[in-house]
Design a protein around this ligand. Structure first.
Ligand code: HPA
Length: 270
């Protein structure tokens, strides 16, 4: 894995990607955040050595390097999920690559199902912490000491400083935001009513199928992380309704403009 990461990093450096201020992973329906980026380099995943290729509809699959204001950003348009069949360490390969391209701050977005009864469809939730209930772990196996330590501190998986900054940005822009805990399951099924209830009982506010492996990997390498989630459906008892990928994408698309504004301003100010 180490050699593959270095090979990919060399390839991307030769394409002109150097020391981004932020890495950004764009989740379901949030891919349009790229409209905020003045693009210098765009490379389809299929052209990048050792990169997996995204298979999910709505995840177009390209690495984008450019600027938001004066800040250099490296954005993944489309991410890799465990449910697609990749070994978990392959889904987080791009995060390893980001680190060796110089990324110290990672911003991750996703869509999730809300289980907090104060949440509504379309709400934007700042992720304050996570619960990892995926059946796999990106650090499983022999530790690669060059990446990071065997035992990783997860006290502040999501930077308190960045959360506070984003709350100020949201207040300035008059965009309401929620805060909460994100729980990761493997998917690709959405949850049964009993499972949504379990998620809530376990202390989470929202449930999804991504983000946690990426954040664990970023923390392994000492990166600072910030996560934002669009609540695309509700698994709150009494209001549980059927949900489809199309509905999730539609809601995410509607909230996309607001998330775009928040992240744009956040990056500019940092
Ligand atoms: N569950 C899991 N993943 C999701 C959901 C959900 O309800 N909504 C969007 N992604």
């Amino acid at each position: 894995m180490w050699n593959q990461v270095q090979e990919t990093v060399e390839f991307l450096k030769n394409k002109g990607i150097t020391s981004p201020d932020f890495g950004i992973i764009l989740g379901t329906g949030l891919g349009n955040l790229v409209s905020k980026i003045t693009i210098d380099v765009k490379i389809p995943y299929s052209d990048i050595p050792n990169f997996p290729v995204s298979t999910v509809q709505g995840h177009s699959g390209a690495l984008i390097f450019g600027k938001i204001g004066t800040k250099k950003v490296l954005a993944m348009q489309g991410r890799f999920h465990f449910y697609e069949g990749w070994p978990i360490e392959k889904t987080v390969f791009p995060v390893r690559v980001m680190k060796y391209l110089g990324v110290e701050n990672l911003i991750v977005s996703n869509a999730s199902g809300g289980v907090n009864s104060n949440f509504s469809v379309g709400d934007i939730m700042i992720i304050t912490d996570h619960i990892n209930l995926m059946p796999v772990h990106p650090l499983h196996g022999k530790n690669e000491d060059r990446f990071g330590p065997r035992f990783v501190d997860m006290h502040e998986a999501y930077s308190k400083k960045m959360i506070a900054k984003m709350e100020l940005v949201a207040e300035d822009l008059n965009i309401p935001v929620q805060k909460g805990i994100y729980l990761a399951l493997q998917g690709p099924t959405f949850e049964t009513p009993a499972e949504y209830k379990m998620v809530k009982l376990l202390g989470a506010d929202a449930v999804g199928m991504s983000t946690v492996p990426e954040v664990i990997t970023a923390k392994h390498m000492g990166m600072t992380c910030f996560g934002i989630s669009v609540i695309t459906d509700l698994g709150v008892e009494g209001t549980i309704e059927s949900v489809s990928h199309e509905e999730v994408q539609e809601v995410a698309k509607n909230s996309e403009k607001l998330v775009g504004k928040l992240v744009e301003e956040f990056v500019k100010q940092n």
